[in-house]
Design a protein around this ligand. Structure first.
Ligand code: NAP
Length: 296
């Protein structure tokens, strides 16, 4: 693509941003869809988010993604906020709107599209959600909004799971999230569960760890979805597969949160063919040729 006087710029603010895969998503889509757009990462120092957003506005940037640790802090810098992002309390996408930016959360809808693309449903499901951090909080909200019947939220720190459960149950008006201490997982009633791994345990370089090791836990899991994609196959995924379940990593969640941001910035619909082409490039960048589910 030729960069010229009409090229629009999008980017990512966060700290650190050096290892991001997001430029692959947006620059591949721009190339395939013929948009005059470039996407670049911008490292932002602690305490300078408001300056970064004001600078982006002054430079007329089309949009920004926001990553750790600024997804909540950036809310104070917005002109408008989407209702869903407001409820989750985290924004990962800024879209230019009259005189400022409107904040969205595409992480959650990205996870939902990723699950649907693998044939995983949340409607009427019994879900075990591991973790109660920023990502798990958004997943809990997603599960309730999409009609999960019951969500067992397991966390090392029970108080955090309780706080998230109370908040999500209250905001959605449904009593679906049940908080539980991680080591009490054997108290979950017998059944077949969709398990979503939302803790940071197992993330590279500590790839030989899973937040739960017990066989009795994995016997209840028919599908495991890990939000982590580095390593490509986490220990959690291996344990799910070893007990006969299907296991997925978080790369498609990352893909679709980017696809949805791209759609918001450009007012377009990205085809599944283009999304797949982006996914293949991300996989190549991670040095992977095989889908984790191919062996499940
Ligand atoms: P976070 O807010 O820091 O939360 C971390 C969670 O992990 C908490 O529930 C924490 O429990 C738990 N945890 C950490 N160390 C633990 C340990 N040693 N034993 C047991 N539990 C432990 O992080 P986050 O932003 O939610 O991210 C969580 C994961 O999701 C990360 O691995 C991240 O890479 C991934 N993620 C993926 C995507 C994607 O697009 N695929 C998007 C967002 C996040 P306590 O509450 O007890 O501390």
């Amino acid at each position: 693509m030729e960069i010229n006087g009409r090229t629009r710029t999008c980017g990512l603010i966060g700290n650190p941003v050096e290892h991001t895969l997001s430029p692959i998503i947006h620059n591949t889509l721009a190339e395939r869809m013929g948009h005059n757009l470039v996407y670049v990462p911008f490292p932002v120092e602690e305490g300078r988010v408001a300056e970064a957003v004001a600078g982006a506005r002054a430079l007329h940037l089309l949009g920004l993604n926001v990553t750790v640790p600024y997804k909540s802090e950036v809310i104070a810098c917005l002109r408008e906020i989407d209702a869903l992002a407001q409820n989750i309390g985290a924004v990962n996408t800024l879209v230019e709107c009259g005189g400022g930016y409107k904040g969205y959360n595409t992480d959650m809808e990205g996870l939902y599209r990723a699950m649907r693309s693998e044939g995983i449903r949340l409607e009427g499901e019994s879900v075990i959600l591991l973790g109660a951090g920023g990502a798990a909080r958004a997943v809990a909200y997603l599960c309730v909004v999409k009609g999960a019947e019951r969500v067992w939220m397991l966390n090392r720190t029970l108080e955090k799971a309780r706080a998230v459960a109370d908040e999500v149950n209250e905001k959605t008006g449904r009593d679906v999230i049940c908080p539980m201490r991680m080591e009490d997982h054997h108290e979950i009633p017998a059944g077949r569960y969709l398990a979503i791994q939302g803790t940071s345990v197992g993330l590279a370089p500590r790839t030989e760890e899973a937040v739960i090791e017990d066989d009795s836990f994995y016997e209840k899991v028919y599908t495991g979805f890990d939000l982590i994609y580095n390593p490509w196959e986490t220990r959690f995924m291996r344990l799910v597969a070893a007990h006969g379940g299907r296991a997925y990593n978080g790369l498609k969640m990352l893909l679709y949160q980017g696809v949805i941001a791209y759609e918001l910035w450009n007012g377009v619909q990205v085809s599944e063919e283009d999304a797949q082409a982006v996914y293949d490039r991300m996989r190549e960048r991670l040095g992977q040729t095989e889908n984790p589910t191919d062996r499940a």
